[in-house]
Structures are given as structure tokens and as C-alpha cells.
Design a protein around this ligand. Structure first.
Ligand code: ADP
Length: 324
């Protein structure tokens, strides 16, 4: 392998820049010509491919978002799109690709490497922490820190006015951000996609809190919660429990941005470094991930088909115990 390209695809996540920097510099350190692809797979198709040197990734380790930009690209799902992407790669003599993204990105990478002789390594980048093969995905830790900072502020006003706040957080079908935020913010309750919580149960928890002189309550609602979003839940609760003034906050896209935490900078660096070293060893169609405190490989086949329940059981139990 002589020429490697890196791209970010799907949703952006803090830590992607630290990861791009690590990929580029590890490659250059090993004598490889490095390229960046702008706007994910769309950039491969449009030949938006630029050479990268060590200085082109200077001063980005602390930045959120992705300097390579990201895009959703339907054309890459077609054979013609993939063939065009490969033709552009060939023109630059690029023989390997590092893709940073989620499930969709990995699906594209796997199909592409089956159709054309290109080595691919995937790096799990998403705030949702919903991928198999890595205990933590890139951006997850920063997103939790962002949520915590916001909810701490909400707690101040909730407490001053005796209010009940429903705060909706991101995560798609994963409750990872919600659960960790609930523990870190001392939320009174948390509603998760992975676990059914009846309205009765929630109201009972809030009633006990009110009876034991809680001056405010915060309920975290995961966006993928099956019984509706924060507005729906708040409306139903209000009909039957009116002890507090009830408010709703949807945190939204602010959770996707911001300077990456130390954890995400280090994780991004480790995964980027490992991805290039694996390509140099001859690996392909693998994802690099963090398991325990070790970097480990999972085949893209397995990463795309296997599932694991990622919510920590002790944290789940603690949501009840520590909020009394
Ligand atoms: P994520 O990687 O965060 O899951 P998406 O699902 O949007 O985000 O996928 C990112 C990109 O990966 C898509 O825009 C598309 O270009 C590519 N992709 C997704 N699914 C496929 C597929 N079945 N075949 C080829 N490319 C795909």
C-alpha cells in the first residue's frame, strides 16, 4: 500500500478531526502518500480528493465537526456511483480507504471493497454509541458532556421555580447518551428506547419525589423512546400530575458540536493510528474499536450484523436507587 485516502461520512461527531489528524500523520510517518476526500462518498464520486501533508492537519485536534465535511450520498448506493468513485481513486493510485462514520458508512465501505480491489478500514464515529464492536464510539463522550452542561443549567432554573423539566436528548434508537446523562446529572427519571417505562411508573416516581420534598425534577427522554418524545410525555404526565410547573427542552443539534473531550481526542487518535497500521499489515474490511481499554478489530460483516445491549446494568439500576 502506497496511497491511502480518508473520509468522514454520515453524521458528524466531535473527535473526527483528531482522528483525521492521526490517520494522516500515521500514514506520512510510514512513508505513505495521504489524501483527504471531501464530503464523504460524494467527494469520491465528484473527484473531490486532495493531497494531505502533516501540516494540513495542524491545529484541528481541538475542533468539533469534520474539516473534510460529510454528506449523505445516495449515488454511492448504485453500481455506477461506486464505479465512478473507483475510477477517481485509481486516477490518484489510491489503494486503501479509511472511512469514519456509522452503520451506513460501513455498509457502503463493505460493498465497495467487494466490488473493487480496495482495502477498507472503518472507524466508528457517531455520538449515538450504537455500533457493535466498540464500547465507545467517537463523539459519544463529548455529547454526554455537552448534555450535562446544558442540564446543569436547566437544574438551576428548575430548582429556583419548583419546576418539572422534560429534557429530550439524542441517540436515535440508542439510550446510551440518555442513561449516562441521567446518572451524571442526577435526573429523577430517564426514559430509554431499550426499556419500557409505564406512565404510571413515571408518575409514581415523581409523586414520591414531591412527597419527599423535592423542589424540582428532571426527566431525561431519549429521542427514540417508544411512547413519544418529550412533548408527548410531558402532556400525558401533566394531565395526571400537577405538582410542578412543567417545561420541555429539546437539546437538539447542539449535542453534535463542540470541542471534543480529552476522551474523544485520545480515542480518535488511537483509532486513526490503529486504522493505518492495520492497513499496512494487510487488514481489510475491518473496523477498529475500543474494547475494555484495548484497540480491537471486528470484521465489517460482524459489525454490521451483530448486536449487543450497550446500556450498563449497574447504571440502569442506579437510576432508581440514586434518585430517591
Ligand atoms: P451513518 O454512516 O452515520 O450510518 P448514513 O446511514 O447516512 O450514515 O450512511 C452514510 C453514507 O453511506 C450514505 O450517505 C451512503 O453514501 C453510504 N451508504 C449507506 N448505505 C449504503 C449501501 N447500502 N450501499 C452503499 N453505500 C451506502
Amino acid at each position: 500500500i502506497k496511497n491511502i485516502a480518508v473520509l468522514t461520512s454520515g453524521g458528524d461527531a466531535p473527535g473526527m478531526n483528531a482522528c483525521i489528524r492521526a490517520v494522516v500523520r500515521t500514514g506520512i510517518y510510514n512513508g505513505i502518500n495521504m489524501f483527504g476526500v471531501l464530503q464523504g462518498y460524494q467527494g469520491l464520486i465528484n473527484n473531490n480528493i486532495i493531497p494531505m501533508d502533516a501540516r494540513s492537519v495542524s491545529n484541528i485536534i481541538h475542533l468539533g465537526g469534520t474539516v473534510l465535511k460529510t454528506a449523505r450520498c445516495l449515488e454511492f448506493k448504485t453500481d455506477e456511483g461506486m464505479d465512478q468513485a473507483y475510477a477517481n481513486m485509481k486516477a490518484h493510485n489510491i489503494d486503501a480507504l479509511v472511512v469514519i462514520g456509522g452503520d451506513g458508512t460501513f455498509t457502503g465501505a463493505r460493498r465497495f471493497s467487494e466490488r473493487h480491489p480496495v482495502s477498507v478500514i472503518g472507524i466508528p464515529g457517531t455520538i449515538d454509541n450504537d455500533l457493535y464492536g466498540s464500547d465507545f464510539t467517537l463523539g459519544y463522550d463529548t455529547a454526554i458532556n455537552t448534555v450535562i452542561e446544558a442540564i446543569d443549567k436547566i437544574r438551576d432554573t428548575a430548582d429556583s421555580h419548583d419546576r418539572l423539566f422534560f429534557v429530550e436528548v439524542m441517540g436515535r434508537d440508542s439510550g446510551c447518551i440518555a442513561l449516562r446523562s441521567a446518572i451524571a446529572c442526577g435526573a429523577e427519571a430517564v426514559l430509554l428506547p431499550e426499556k419500557a417505562t409505564s406512565l404510571e411508573e413515571l408518575i409514581r416516581t415523581l409523586e414520591i419525589g414531591a412527597a419527599t420534598k423535592k423542589s424540582s425534577s428532571i426527566v431525561i427522554v431519549s429521542e427514540g423512546h417508544k411512547q413519544g418524545g418529550a412533548y408527548d410525555i410531558a402532556k400525558h404526565v401533566k394531565e395526571r400530575f400537577n405538582h410542578y410547573d412543567t417545561k420541555v427542552t429539546i437539546l437538539g443539534h447542539l449535542q453534535r458540536g463542540g470541542s471534543p473531550s480529552s476522551f474523544d481526542r485520545i480515542l480518535g487518535s488511537r483509532l486513526g493510528y490503529a486504522a493505518v497500521n492495520e492497513l499496512l499489515k494487510g487488514s481489510s474490511r475491518q473496523m477498529v474499536g475500543l474494547r475494555g481499554n484495548d484497540i480491537q478489530l471486528t470484521s465489517l460483516d460482524e459489525a454490521l450484523t451483530a448486536h449487543s445491549f450497550k446500556l450498563e446494568s449497574d447504571l440502569l439500576e442506579m437510576t432508581k436507587v440514586l434518585s430517591i
